[in-house]
Design a protein around this ligand. Structure first.
Ligand code: CMP
Length: 368
């Protein structure tokens, strides 16, 4: 559904953008205008539907429908959608021709709508919000350096280049182009002092940008980790094996687990392969291909523990029978948890021994 929405927005933007090209044929222009009008009408209908169904939101039942609709209409999402509907209303009523230059202005509004629907935008907004203190500090540093550089450049270069450095505001252009390491080269310092200042400013620029990139990269990685933690936490709750583990221990285990989805008929573990991880089944069904009759494992069961405990190659092939969601615990984390959670690992060991005995019994039975 989201892909259709994003696809429609992209078609709308492309159609309006193509409509602004003078060289296109009349037929292409007619198609572009038709598409622009069509997308505009779809937005109009979509806005009306969204407004109408706003009271269906799970937390809105106790409030009067009219109030919920008004609240949605005044929310950031509602206002952006309303702005995107502007072209629809004006085009449908004939106020603006779909291919006109004025209609092209609405591309900006549709780009804004795209931003609210594009996956990941919410993540970026969250990272910026989380890191606002550090980002503000860097911005302050940026502005202070900029103003100091512009002032010094004005004193150093002003007398020789009054047009470019005659005032602090005019010197600001050079300072910003240099500090951001853009370097158009339209304004350059000529005095030795001005050049030294330029060199120092370039180095400061690299430092400020590196600082900014570092803050954002750390913020992204922490936010992604936090989200993965919440997702895995919810999945762990579905595995009864972890039900009796205390809150502190479970948070340690959750941080070490990774969720992975497999389609049906995927080979998850290959006999003879290295024991690099063990798996807990959150949902779905897998088949252990070890003897004549395959053994089925379902939600809540685990597998892949024997190779880790015995430090031997995998004893069987394991293939998904239906689409599966698994929690994966890699070997290094398994041994760390073994040190901290002896009871948990003892339960895994007990099941491994039972399976081992069952396999020996099955082999003996097959021989006789
Ligand atoms: P491992 O040997 O690492 O890889 C194959 C896995 O199949 C094994 O660990 C067990 O988790 C699982 N397995 C082996 N024998 C049985 C059995 N009899 N019943 C259930 N699972 C088994």
């Amino acid at each position: 559904m989201r892909a259709v929405e994003v696809g429609l927005i992209l078609v709308g933007i492309a159609a309006v953008a193509i409509g602004t090209v003078d060289e296109i044929s009349d037929a292409t222009r007619a198609i572009a205008e038709g598409l622009t009008g069509l997308v505009a009408i779809v937005y109009f209908v979509e806005y009306c539907i969204r407004l109408w169904v706003a009271p269906e939101h799970p937390h809105s039942h106790e409030v009067a429908p009219g109030r919920v609709r008004l609240r949605w209409a005044l929310s950031a999402e509602g206002l952006i959608d309303l702005l995107a509907v502007g072209p629809a209303v004006t085009m449908v009523t004939g106020g603006i021709a779909p291919g006109s230059d004025f209609a092209a202005v609405f591309v900006l509004l549709w780009v804004l709508k795209l931003a609210t629907h594009a996956p990941g935008v919410e993540l970026i907004a969250r990272v910026v919000r989380n890191e606002r203190t550090a980002l503000t500090a860097v911005m302050v540093l940026f502005v202070v350096t900029l103003l100091a550089a512009a002032t010094l450049a004005h004193f150093a270069e002003g007398p020789t280049q009054p047009d470019q450095f005659g005032s602090i505001p005019s010197a600001l252009w050079w300072a910003i182009v240099t500090l951001t390491t853009t370097g158009y080269g339209d304004v350059v310092p000529k005095t030795p002092l001005g050049r030294m200042l330029g060199g120092a400013l370039m180095i400061c620029g690299i430092g400020v940008l590196a600082l900014l990139a570092g803050i954002l990269a750390t913020g992204f990685s922490e936010e992604v980790k936090r989200r993965e933690f919440v997702r895995v936490w919810e999945l762990v709750a579905k595995v009864p094996f972890f039900a009796d583990v205390g809150a502190v221990a479970i948070s340690d285990i959750v941080a070490r687990l990774r969720s992975r989805n497999y389609p049906a008929n995927a080979v998850i573990v290959r006999r003879g392969g290295p024991g690099d991880a063990m798996y807990f089944i959150v949902s779905g069904e897998v088949e252990v291909r070890i003897g004549a009759t395959p053994i089925m494992l379902r939600d809540g069961a685990f597998f892949g523990e024997m190779a880790l405990l015995d430090r031997r190659p995998r004893s069987a092939d394991i293939v998904s029978v239906s689409p599966c969601t698994l929690l994966v615990l890699n070997v290094a984390d398994f041994y760390q948890i073994a040190g901290q959670q002896p009871t948990l690992v003892a339960a895994i060991e007990a099941e491994a021994q039972r399976r081992h005995a069952a396999n020996i019994a099955a082999r003996e039975g097959a021989k006789t």
